[in-house]
Each structure stands twice: as structure tokens, then as C-alpha cells.
Design a protein around this ligand. Sequence first.
Ligand code: 13P
Length: 249
Amino acid sequence: MKSLLFAANWKMHLGPGEARAYLKAFRARCPRRDGREVWFFPPAVSLEAAADAVRERADLLVGVQDVYWEPKGAYTGAISAPLAAQAGAKAALVGHSERRHVFGDTDEDTQKKLGAVLAAGVTPVLCVGETLAEREAGHTLAVVHRQLAAALGGLDGAKLGRVTVAYEPVWAIGTGRNATPQDAGVVQRAIRTWLTSHGAAVTRVLYGGSVSLTNIVELLAEPELDGVLVGGASLDAEGWAQLVQTPTG
Ligand code: 13P
């Protein structure tokens, strides 16, 4: 049986008290199950509360949504990977579409952040994906390959094997318009091929973008998919617990 990862990106929602209440409700509604892991990416201010709330459950883990690449110093407002780790983060999103498109993170910034995350012993979840204009111009695979090469190009196979990649087409994020499992599968296969051809023995490739209770069954049926990275549909503990428990054929 394939193991599945369900990752919840809370974005700018759920402060420490709300995170505690959410995770208490989630734990009650979603018992541990073999072959399923659930990762939560709360806002940085809620990391410690969330990490405390999942401490008893080996299948649950907490990660940070973004880090700055320097380990410490005079960088007002920024959070480093070692600081996030101290607060309980075991994973980190790197290169999320909102970092790239709202905050202007470049491929080079993303590469530096990914290196900092690995150096801190934290698991990176590298997000890649094309815009609608890039898809319509037929550039999807070229864009994804460019993003992979920029962020991961210099890494050896051992380090590559520690990286989870999430394919999140920009046009599918928060729009209610998800990629079809087949379309996502083509890109995920290309990502896996890139990783293995660069020496990764282990690969984990997720899909993100308008994942919900209405499309999760067909998405999980796609053989290329190792899990999902979910924004909006992860914000309600009950609905998220239901999504995580979706049966697979
Ligand atoms: P939505 O699930 O809200 O489309 O967000 C996806 C996402 O950006 C997860 O990182």
C-alpha cells in the first residue's frame, strides 16, 4: 500500500489559541492510520502551540511556511530555519507560489532558502508550478524544470532524497479550478523523472491547488500522486479530518 501525505497550509490563518483548538478537534476526529501522515503548516506565531498539540502523535508533524536564508542576524521581521526548528518545525515550505508571486521571491532566493532549510536539518517541501499564461503557451514543463534546476541543481542524491516536491499550478491555487488528475500526473511524472535522473533514490511528489472534498477521491486515484498540499479546505478541522480519511480503492 502506498503511503500518503496530507499537508495543510494554513497560510495567514489560525493564531496560537485557534491552532490548539483546531488540533484538539482534529486529533479527536482523525485517529492514526498506517500509511497516512498529516503535516500542518501554521503561521510562524502558531508553530510552538501546534507542535505541542501534535507531540503525542507520530503521524502528525508541524512545519513553517517560509524562512529567510540567513541563520540569524539583523533581519527585522524574518524567521530563519534554525529558529523555526527551535519552535518545533520539522518541515518547511519553500518557493510557495504566494512567496514567488506576492512577495517577489526569485528562483535564486528559493535556492538559498532551500539550502538553509536542509542545513538546519528541516525537511523542505519545494513548491513549483506554472501560471495560466505559461500553461496556455505550452511552457508548463519548461517552467517546472527551470524551477527544479534553480532550487535543486547543486544537490547530491542524498540531499535530493530529503526533498518533497509539491506541484502547485498557480492558476489552480485558491481558484476552485483544480488540475485534472491526468494533467497533474503528467507534470508529477516529469518531476519524479527529474529527481531520479539527478540521483534521488527516494521521491515524494504532491499535488496542490483547489484540492477539496469534492475532488480528493479522483486525485488520490492518480498513481503519480504521493499526497496533497491543501490551503482553503484545510482550515476547518472537521472537513480536513474527513479529507484525510478519504478511502482509496
Ligand atoms: P488552495 O487549496 O486554497 O487552492 O491552496 C493551495 C495551496 O496554495 C497550498 O499550498
